[in-house]
Design a protein around this ligand. Structure first.
Ligand SMILES: [Zn+2]
Length: 98
């Protein structure tokens, strides 16, 4: 006989999506763009199915409130995955199973 699943329904941790977030979201004072569209940043995780494209300010899984914007395919290639986000996802999901 298997254990009864008595977990509370927590839809916000069932799904996660990743989005590249540029490090510096402060526009350069002179308005110039450095490089050929390459931006430094981090791919953070967010609870939910996907970004609805409406909400600009979103909290990352690792607890930072960021402004999401349309990301370029280059951002996905150049920005490394956020370690704290990955750790937090594993921690929360681990707790759900215990
Ligand atoms: Zn993060």
């Amino acid at each position: 006989m298997s254990m009864v699943d008595s977990r509370p329904h927590s839809p916000h941790v069932d799904r996660v999506f990743w989005m590249p977030v540029p490090d510096q979201q402060v526009p350069a004072s002179d308005g110039t763009v450095e490089g050929a569209g390459v931006r430094a940043g981090t791919r953070h995780a967010f609870w939910g199915r996907r970004w609805d494209g409406q909400e600009a300010e979103v909290r990352t899984v690792c607890g930072v409130v960021v402004n999401l914007d349309e990301s370029s395919p280059l951002d996905w290639i150049t920005m490394p995955e956020c370690g704290p986000c990955r750790t937090e996802i594993l921690r929360v999901r681990g707790e759900m199973r215990s």
